[in-house]
Design a protein. Structure first.
Length: 99
């Protein structure tokens, strides 16, 4: 399993869960990207369109090898799976220790 590029902080909002899921998706897809809270706040209101615009603006070299929609679809699908895992981990009850 790849090493985390950044130590995860506690997740205290739904927005943070989504941001952490994007960062987990980037890691899973071997993309050396990290969205901090400030950047994510600028992208979040625009959703998929924001991801699309960010990739086109900040990672244009990838568009020589991959169609933009392919990249965004891969990111969004992986982010969704990572988000479900994160939310499941948050919602899961803590394991009980045997007495």
């Amino acid at each position: 399993m790849p090493q985390a590029l950044h130590a995860p902080a506690p997740i205290d909002t739904a927005s943070e869960a989504h941001r952490h899921a994007y960062n987990a998706a980037f890691q899973e897809l071997d993309l050396p990207w990290y969205w901090d809270a400030r950047l994510f706040a600028t992208l979040q209101p625009t959703g998929r369109a924001g991801v699309r615009a960010w990739v086109a603006q900040e990672q244009p070299h990838l568009l020589r090898a991959y169609p933009l929609d392919f990249l965004v679809d891969a990111i969004e699908a992986t982010q969704t799976r990572c988000h479900q895992r994160i939310v499941g981990a948050i919602a899961a009850p803590a394991p009980r220790l045997a007495a």
